[in-house]
Design a protein around this ligand. Structure first.
Ligand code: AMP
Ligand code: GLY
Length: 418
């Protein structure tokens, strides 16, 4: 099968890597891709937010299946534009993608479906904001209603900072603070049947011990040795299936990847947010452990045949990914510096490898350059988290990028049994 992946981050590199290992995939393309993706797929330039351009490219390539990676094209209706040309697409249409595109919409669906989540108010005026902040008290949680590339949420004890963030948004969701560890659980769905993947944990703050500002994600690991073995089943029954059923009931079925961001609070599990696509960097570790060939799974979801799909198979052991970020990330990332040691970081036995996020090839083709805030997602597998971490950090130590930084505590507590 000829497959086209839309996107150009580490998530798409992980998707392309897994697709390239699936014997069903005979030809793999990615647009716009990046310097690393170019080693596993043929890359093509495209404006990924332009549905017509993406659909034209798919037709021109003779793609038989399109996988849309990031949220922005989904929310812009790119999956619909491709589907209109009768090409199967993995990824929800514009209406179901509102689950990620609008936090107020997601709250409405959760209320209708009886899904446990933080109590919240949707506010559009400073008076409503003041009232909502007062009702919940600190720590304050203020969320921009729309897509904000990881910058939309402020969690703070500082009332003025909460008010200021709300003032910068047209519409905000203000909600109660959820304590407890976070879990990311992905599910593949065709709009009716829901197949959960294995849970992972992301590290959102820039610095060790969760210091500093929120980022797009600085690392991840899977499995979660500390989590209740029944967690996946509980989330399937109380969150994922009811949400998919509610969207289908409304006539806007969700097919693609439903990502539940969860908090395991002292009062039980709660949804923090939904995303309408694979999460980054969790995808890197979840796909590292998935034994079932990826293309068949995603194609079954895209074509409505998940009910007949065989049970997923997983590799034993663990996976860890460490994000290498550029100088100044997240506030003001520096781009354009050469990255050295990439080949040295890859182990011969395939247990450690480098997935590219923000990279590009220099014009003369000689060097890989940094081209974004999160530059690389260095991924490793092992018999347990301790071994996977050791391999990931060993690989990170071989890479040189001036001014770059990474967290040194990804999966540390989980590996220590804490
Ligand atoms: P989101 O963009 O919704 O994923 O939020 C980004 C991050 O903000 C989450 O991963 C949490 O760490 C934090 N966050 C969001 N909502 C809450 C909440 N209600 N209580 C505590 N932390 C939250
Ligand atoms: N891992 C966070 C996200 O993908 O939104």
């Amino acid at each position: 099968m000829k497959v086209l992946v839309i996107g150009g981050g580490a998530r798409e590199h992980a998707l392309c890597r897994a697709l390239s290992l699936d014997p069903e995939v005979t030809s793999l393309h990615c647009a716009p891709g990046n310097a690393g993706i170019a080693s596993v797929a043929q890359v093509h330039p495209v404006d990924q937010l332009d549905g017509r351009a993406v659909a034209d490219l798919a037709v021109e390539l003779g793609a038989e299946f399109v996988v849309v990676g990031p949220e922005a094209p989904l929310v812009a209706g790119v999956a619909d534009a491709v589907r209109e040309r009768a090409i199967p697409v993995f990824g929800p249409g514009i209406e179901a993608a509102q689950l990620e595109g609008s936090k107020a919409f997601a709250k409405d669906i959760m209320a209708a479906a009886g899904v446990p989540t933080a109590r919240s108010y949707v506010c559009t005026t400073p008076e409503e904001v003041a009232e909502a902040l007062d009702a919940f008290g600190p720590p304050y949680v203020v969320k921009d209603d729309g897509l904000a590339a990881g910058k939309g949420v402020v969690v703070t004890d500082d009332l003025q900072a909460a008010i200021d963030h709300a003032a910068g948004c047209e519409r905000v969701v203000i909600e109660e603070y959820l304590d407890g560890p976070e879990v990311s659980l992905f599910a593949v769905t065709d709009g009716t049947t829901v197949v959960p993947l294995q849970p992972a944990q992301d590290f959102k703050r820039v610095g060790d011990d969760d210091a500093g500002p929120n980022t797009g994600g600085m690392g991840a690991y899977s499995p979660l040795p500390w989590a209740d073995p029944k967690l996946v089943e509980e989330v399937l029954d109380t969150v994922l299936q009811p949400t998919v059923d509610e969207l289908r009931r409304r006539g806007t079925p969700f097919s693609g990847l439903l990502y539940a961001g969860l908090a395991i609070t002292s009062r039980g599990m709660r949804v923090i947010e939904f995303n309408a696509r694979f999460g980054d960097p969790e995808t890197q570790v979840v796909l590292a452990r998935l034994k079932t060939p990826l293309c068949g799974l995603l194609y079954a979801a895209a074509t409505g045949h998940l009910a007949d799909f065989p049970e997923l198979r997983w590799r034993d052991g663990a996976a860890v990914t460490v994000v290498v970020a550029s100088e100044g990330y997240p506030a003001a990332p520096v781009s354009g510096d050469p990255i050295l040691g990439l080949a040295e970081a890859e182990s011969e036995d395939g247990t450690a490898y480098v997935l590219h996020a923000g990279t590009r090839l220099a014009d003369d083709g000689s060097t890989v350059l940094s081209a974004g805030g999160r530059v690389l997602s260095v991924t490793a597998t092992g018999t347990d988290l301790t071994q996977a971490r050791a391999r990931a950090y060993d690989a990170v130590s071989k890479i040189t990028l001036r001014g770059s930084h990474h967290r040194s505590d990804i999966a540390l507590k989980a590996a220590q049994g804490a």
